[in-house]
Design a protein around this ligand. Structure first.
Ligand code: PLP
Length: 412
């Protein structure tokens, strides 16, 4: 591991990430698309390789040595994740493919069993499509009504509107802990308490929060939390749905198949205990184990340190970008946001900005970032987005600012 002091040292951390040493278009790679997906340290890549070279077999099925070894590693990863988010028990941690699948699991398994006409599901205008579309589908199927909390011009949830929208009809409030566009960090604990006060359950979309901030599900008291491994140094194809045990026990399964059953007869089946009831079929074994390695990696850095590093970088970037003529940053000031900066420029379309930056070896994202309603709110079809992680440096922010000046020169 790279750091021995409690201050995070991105230059040392970069040594762990082989891809950061490659060039793009003959320029050093500056990777600022971390909100979409992060790069992987050697520790995670090695964990994946090691599983396939040393302990690979199917899990929970065999009584042979390799199957037992793979199962022990797979369940070990579940324990690490549980500890990372402070779940009461590893049984509250379900392996899924990604945040999207975690949210869909709740929408289908809990929603189809519990929602009726007259019930309401509350979301927000700053959600990623994966926390909008599943609820549209389930409300359509169950006859429940979908409502949403509007976003203020400066990128916060409108808490006055929330007061009116949260009622005894609200069965579930699903919101993101941190916006993947405007970067707003929402007051999760307060929102959960307000939802619980009217008897609603709460699902937190943790896709951006869990990789970047210390997260404690017991302190938040949320009922569900979904997040993705690939956004926190882990492999793609693996994600987590946390759910309070009692709720998971009461919910019917999402998918049927092997592993999720205790007994199958031609006349009917009985379900396995949680979390296995929700893990039908052969899971992403090596990916889950490598996610455990990613959790080890981040835990050793310390999530407080990760958050502090990003706060510092985003403050610096916020200042540097203010100097660029015609550039407008969307969302709140640097103190209330995570390490993501979405912006528009008068001189150029976001796709042109991204193309100019790409030629300089700088990877940013352009588009609606799977948050079309939020862009509609601002009267935009697209924005450019730079987002930071543990390996980004102020030097890279300087390179970003320089390249954005160049955008103005080319298009201005
Ligand atoms: N929610 C938020 C806030 C996100 O930023 C993302 C991805 O960018 C998702 C959900 C969906 O994540 P995944 O594509 O890994 O399911």
């Amino acid at each position: 591991m790279t750091t021995t002091t409690r201050t995070l040292d991105p230059v040392r951390i970069r040594d762990d990430f082989p891809i950061l040493h490659r060039q793009v278009h003959g320029k050093r790679l500056i990777y600022l698309d971390n909100t979409a997906s992060t790069q992987k340290p050697r520790q995670v890549i090695n964990a994946l390789v090691q599983v396939y070279e040393e302990v690979y077999a199917n899990v929970h099925r065999g009584i042979h040595y390799l199957s037992e070894a793979a199962t022990e590693r797979y369940e070990g990863a579940r324990r690490k994740v549980a500890q990372f988010i402070n779940a009461r028990s590893p049984r509250e941690v379900i392996f899924v493919r990604n945040t999207t699948e975690g949210i869909n699991l709740v929408a289908y398994a809990w929603g189809m069993a519990n929602l009726r006409p007259g019930d309401e599901v509350l979301i927000t205008e700053m959600e990623h499509h994966s926390n909008i579309v599943p609820w549209q589908i389930i409300c359509e199927r169950t006859g429940a009504t979908l409502r949403w909390v509007p976003v203020t011009p400066d990128g916060y949830l409108d808490l006055d509107a929330l007061e009116r929208l949260l009622t005894e009809r609200t069965r579930l409030f699903a919101f993101t802990a941190m916006s993947n566009v405007v970067g707003t960090i929402n007051p999760v604990q307060e929102l959960v308490a307000r939802a619980h006060a009217v008897g609603a359950l709460v699902l937190v979309d943790g896709a951006q929060a869990v990789p970047h901030l210390p997260v404690d599900v017991q302190a938040w008291d949320c009922d569900f939390l979904a997040f993705s491994g690939h956004k926190m140094c882990g492999p793609s194809g693996i994600g987590i749905l946390y759910g309070k045990r009692q709720l998971l026990e009461e919910m019917p399964p999402f998918m049927g198949g092997g592993e999720m059953i205790r007994e199958v007869k031609m006349t009917g089946s009985r379900w396995n205990e949680v979390p296995h009831k929700f893990e039908a079929g052969t899971p992403a074994i090596a990916e889950a184990i490598a996610l455990g390695a990613a959790v080890d990696y981040l835990s050793q850095l310390g999530m407080e340190q990760v958050a502090a590093h990003e706060r510092q970088l985003v403050r610096y970037a916020y200042e540097r970008l203010q100097d660029i003529g015609g550039l407008k940053i969307l969302g709140p000031g640097p103190d209330d946001r995570g390490g993501v900066l979405a912006f528009v420029m008068e001189s150029a379309h976001p796709h042109d900005i991204a193309a100019i930056l790409d030629a300089e070896g700088i990877a940013i994202r352009a588009g609606h970032h799977c948050a079309q309603p939020l862009h509609d709110r601002y009267g935009l079809v697209a924005s450019a987005r730079a987002s930071f992680y543990i390996y980004n440096t102020e030097d890279e922010v300087d390179a970003l600012a320089l390249a954005l000046h160049r955008v103005n020169q080319v298009f201005g």
